[in-house]
Structure formats: structure tokens, C-alpha cells
Design a protein around this ligand. Structure first.
Ligand SMILES: *Cc1c(COP(=O)(O)O)cnc(C)c1O
Length: 217
């Protein structure tokens, strides 16, 4: 696993250079969801600090004892009834995608006196089974998050359709971000992170290329 980590880091560095972007401008989010601890420990041991999880409960159980010094990101859908735990636990929530969630997150941020960094998820492929605001609704949703709910939005996140060329979808996310004054883009996974970096990704979410195939029980 630590060998795979070195390879992914080298590929990220090469993609940054090809895009004429500064070295280190792309954050690697190691997506550890469903992975057994013996796949994760070697990656932790060689200094990886940023991890992505898609379930609140699973993340808290797994990472609770190892929380210190790490950055944990929620990259899976968030139910409003888990918002309090998510605000308490995660450094970053990447899946803000509806007004009800914005309202509940705003309440929980008030209550907790601390706010996770927030990304709005955009459903760039307009897929019915996928979460995220429609591209055409993104500007007004970001505006509502800011003005109605008083939330600070750090950036945008997307998961393009797996059976299409991701580049135009990444470009679309970048243009929505630009016109809304956002400079952080969470896009790109194991199969397409180099393409995402070429399109301006500031963080890439890599799971299986790093840890091996996921095991679902
Ligand atoms: C699982 C997951 C990833 C990682 O996918 P890989 O193809 O294994 O790299 C990235 N982003 C999200 C939102 C995920 O759910």
C-alpha cells in the first residue's frame, strides 16, 4: 500500500507539472471507505494525513481512536439526522447538496461553535440516481448557502458519469466555481484524477488505486 501511495503521489506531481501548476497544489484524499485497517495502517505510517469516508458512523468508529493530526473528509451523502455528528467529527463535508441540509448544518455549526469546511456537490451529469445540485441550480444554491444560511463555502465537488469522458464535466465544475468566486475543486478519482488535475482539481479522491479493490460485506 505504501508503494501504491508513492506511485499515486508521483503521478499527481507529474500531472501538476504537465498542467504547469505549482508542485503540491493538489491534495490527495485517500478514500479509505470499506477498507480493512491493515490496508490503511501502512498508508498512515508513511505520513498520509487526509482521508475520505462516505459514512458518518463507519468513519467515527474507524477513525475515532486515530483522529489526532489527521484531516477527515465526508464524501458520501449526509442525512440531516447525522448532521450533528458530522459537524462534530469531520474537518470537511463535501456533499452539501440541498437547502434542508444547508439549514440543518447552519444550526449545528451555531450550536457547536465550529464549522467544517464545506463543498457543494454538483450533479454534473444530471444523473437521477446521483446526489448533487443540478448545474443550472448551482449559482442560486451557493447564493442561498451564503446569504440565507450564513455558510462559508470552500469549493465544489463532483462525480461525473462513469461511462462518459469526464473532462467536459470537470471543466463545467471549474466554470461554475469560477463564476461563484470559489477556487477549490474536489474532482477526480482512481481512473481519472490526472484528467481532473489538468482541469484544475485542487483535491483528488483516490480509493481503489491506493488501497486495492473495496470489499463490500
Ligand atoms: C468511493 C469514492 C471515491 C474513490 O473511488 P475510487 O474509484 O476507488 O478511487 C471517490 N469519491 C467518492 C465520492 C467516492 O464515493
Amino acid at each position: 500500500m505504501s508503494q501504491a501511495l508513492a506511485e499515486i503521489r508521483a503521478r499527481i506531481a507529474a500531472a501538476e507539472a504537465r498542467a504547469e501548476r505549482p508542485a503540491g497544489s493538489v491534495t490527495l484524499v485517500a478514500v479509505s471507505k470499506t477498507q480493512p485497517w491493515d490496508h490503511i495502517a501502512p498508508v498512515l505510517d508513511v505520513g498520509q494525513k487526509v482521508f475520505g469516508e462516505n459514512r458518518v458512523q463507519e468513519a467515527m468508529e474507524r477513525w475515532g481512536p486515530h483522529r489526532q493530526g489527521l484531516e477527515l473528509r465526508l464524501i458520501g451523502p449526509l442525512q440531516t439526522n447525522k448532521a450533528r455528528e458530522a459537524v462534530g467529527f469531520f474537518d470537511v463535508i463535501e456533499t452539501l447538496d440541498r437547502e434542508k441540509l444547508a439549514r440543518v448544518l447552519a444550526e449545528e455549526v451555531q450550536r457547536a461553535g465550529k464549522a467544517p469546511r464545506l463543498y457543494v456537490q454538483v450533479n454534473v451529469g444530471q444523473e437521477t440516481q446521483k446526489a448533487g445540485v443540478a448545474p443550472g441550480d448551482a449559482d442560486s444554491f451557493i447564493g442561498a448557502c451564503r446569504t440565507t444560511y450564513g455558510l462559508t463555502i470552500e469549493g465544489l465537488m463532483c462525480i461525473p458519469p462513469f461511462d462518459q469522458d469526464p473532462a467536459p464535466h470537470f471543466a463545467q465544475l471549474a466554470s461554475i466555481a469560477e463564476r461563484n468566486g470559489l477556487d477549490k475543486l474536489s474532482m477526480g478519482m482512481s481512473d481519472d484524477f490526472e484528467i481532473a488535475i489538468a482541469q484544475g482539481a485542487t483535491s483528488v479522491r483516490v480509493g481503489s488505486a491506493l488501497f486495492g479493490s473495496r470489499v463490500y460485506s
